[in-house]
Design a protein around this ligand. Sequence first.
Ligand SMILES: NC(=O)c1ccc[n+]([C@@H]2O[C@H](COP(=O)([O-])OP(=O)(O)OC[C@H]3O[C@@H](n4cnc5c(N)ncnc54)[C@H](O)[C@@H]3O)[C@@H](O)[C@H]2O)c1
Length: 323
Amino acid sequence: MEKQFNVLIIGAGNIGAFFDTPYSENILTHAHAFSKMECFNLLGFVDISKENGEEAAELWNVKYFSSIEEAFNKYKIDVVSVCVPDDYHYSVLKKISNFPLKLVFSEKPLAKSMKEAEEIIKTYKKKNIKCLINYSRRFVFEFEILKDKVASCEYGKFIFGSGYYGKGTLHNGSHLIDFLRYTIGEIKDFKPIDYNFDFYKDDPSVSTILCFKNGGNFVMQNIPCNNYTIFELELLFQNKRIRIVNSGFKIEEYNVLDSKIFNGYKNLSKEKEYKTELNMAMLNAVKNIYNNLTYNEKLKCTLDDGYKAMEVCEGLKADIKYE
Ligand SMILES: NC(=O)c1ccc[n+]([C@@H]2O[C@H](COP(=O)([O-])OP(=O)(O)OC[C@H]3O[C@@H](n4cnc5c(N)ncnc54)[C@H](O)[C@@H]3O)[C@@H](O)[C@H]2O)c1
């Protein structure tokens, strides 16, 4: 296949370049995903750190550009990945919108404040720039099936759920909120319980009860990230229990069965557990980009999705006093 789209990655850190290598089985970086697809031509990296940028360029056998201007002056660029830390998403997203480009693949969260997010959405709409936000679990086949089964009421009504996360409501909690919006539906209300400044000074991890528009509640509990990293959840439906463990790499399904001990009682019994394609989410996201640019396939995580996840996170933090 001909190389049709030139790609630039801004931010040569873990998710941009270093979580994996060209020889890894898992596809965990933007560089790996774009390199895997023949239709994309990864030009190189922009990074404020020359050392990181050059190291990434060497690993992925591409160029290092010391600035966004340098890259755009030298090449026609179609797709840009934004892989800088959360604090710089807004300024980088804003800056690249001044150059001619087709699509941006941005790391989550969309921005750090609703005002920034609104400005980005307005600018991108005006300039007709498409944007895919990387809430990675949306690019996993098994979660797509789960979403469809929930939507078709195969498991009965959603009753209740609970889950754990840490390292910031916006930074990581937004993954959980986006996943719940994706699978269960819109969140209509929330009741924060407590919070913890476990990593970022401006992004405490809030514990809360979330209430869904279509009924059912979810308790989202922060576990301080200095203990360990945990991202797990379970969803209880009328006739199914789903547990998503190990950050989403594994799903357990439980069915309702007659109790073997107590006559007339019904219990939950583990029916199966299986691995997900989470290790391929990045490649699937890049396939979505190709299919969007070529066949106008719907983007699986839009600017609007990025905005709505932020809106809940910012609401949860509204009453917290910062030092
Ligand atoms: N979707 C996911 O599951 C997932 C997983 C990990 C990280 N992330 C997101 O990816 C982003 C990057 O995280 P990371 O762990 O790779 O960070 P990192 O610190 O490893 O790398 C960030 C890189 O960006 C560079 N940089 C900083 N400011 C810059 C600027 N203004 N212009 C150009 N380069 C700049 C830094 O020098 C560094 O090399 C974060 O927003 C994070 O939330 C998402």
